[in-house]
Design a protein around this ligand. Structure first.
Ligand code: IPE
Ligand code: IPE
Ligand code: MG
Length: 235
């Protein structure tokens, strides 16, 4: 039996497989994305139930901008509606909402909705829910290095170290993920949090994202509880 007490502080999920889930049912890809939204709700609920403090979800990568316009627009519309619809439930359940990524690429309407949701939920403390939108790990590192250089222009001898770089990343106020789950059988990072996952435990499952609910989440938590994290040391 897994040690039920070993609950990760920060769980991150690469929510993959919506398109394949829809295709298997003879439906359009957007049908899969809509079913995936129900999995998000289930996992948020379960994270609170389990006492997880940070749940982050990779919702849309910088590379995903290269998908057909109709799919991108459908996803953005869904995102806007979901944030609007869910804000009352964030307040009811003590959820602090955050969006991270190259948000300048989003429409003004979506950006405003995100800002508003982040502002009204800022004082909530049960769970921090982070949506990675228009995000890539390389973008994050580059924006960090560029901002560091701007801040230190003309200062001789200022060098970056790991702590300092972490403080310039877009994830600066959230702990690194303890557990990273990827659904749909793909075993790759797809330009997600490259720096922050240096010592994260990976968990891959063949389950497609729309089928990933509480039972599957618990299986991932059980697997995490069995892991021995050594950070390069000897135990
Ligand atoms: C994940 O599902 C959602 C996003 C990347 C937006 P996909 O849309 O990648 O589904 P598959 O991988 O094509 O099945
Ligand atoms: C990764 O999924 C991005 C998200 C889940 C948002 P993709 O479906 O875009 O990744 P690849 O193309 O299979 O690597
Ligand atoms: Mg995919």
């Amino acid at each position: 039996m897994a040690d039920q007490e070993k609950i990760p502080v920060h769980v991150s999920i690469i929510m993959d497989g919506n398109g394949r889930w829809a295709k298997m049912r003879g439906e359009e890809r957007i049908f899969g994305h809509k079913a995936g939204a129900d999995s998000v709700r289930a996992c948020v609920e379960y994270a609170i139930e389990k006492g997880i403090k940070y749940l982050s979800l990779f919702a849309f990568s910088e590379e995903n901008w290269g998908r057909p316009v109709a799919e991108v627009e459908g996803l953005m519309k869904m995102m806007l509606k979901a944030i609007l619809d869910e804000t009352p439930s964030f307040m009811k359940n003590g959820i602090r909402f955050k969006a991270i990524g190259n948000l300048s690429r989003l429409s003004e309407g979506l950006r405003n909705q995100i800002d508003e949701c982040m502002a009204v939920t800022a004082g909530n403390t049960n769970l921090t829910l982070i949506i990675f939108l228009s995000y890539s790990g390389k973008w994050d590192i580059l924006q960090a290095v560029n901002r560091f250089m701007q801040d230190n222009e003309g200062k001789e001898g200022m060098l970056l170290d790991a702590d300092l770089l972490s403080r310039y990343l877009s994830t600066r106020d959230i702990p690194d993920p303890d557990l990273l789950i990827r659904t749909s059988g793909e075993q790759r990072i797809s330009n997600y949090m490259l720096w922050q996952t240096a010592y994260t435990e990976y968990y891959f499952t063949d389950v497609l994202w729309p089928d990933f609910r509480k039972t599957q989440f618990q299986e991932a938590l059980d697997a995490f509880a069995m892991r021995d994290r050594r950070y390069g040391k000897v135990k």
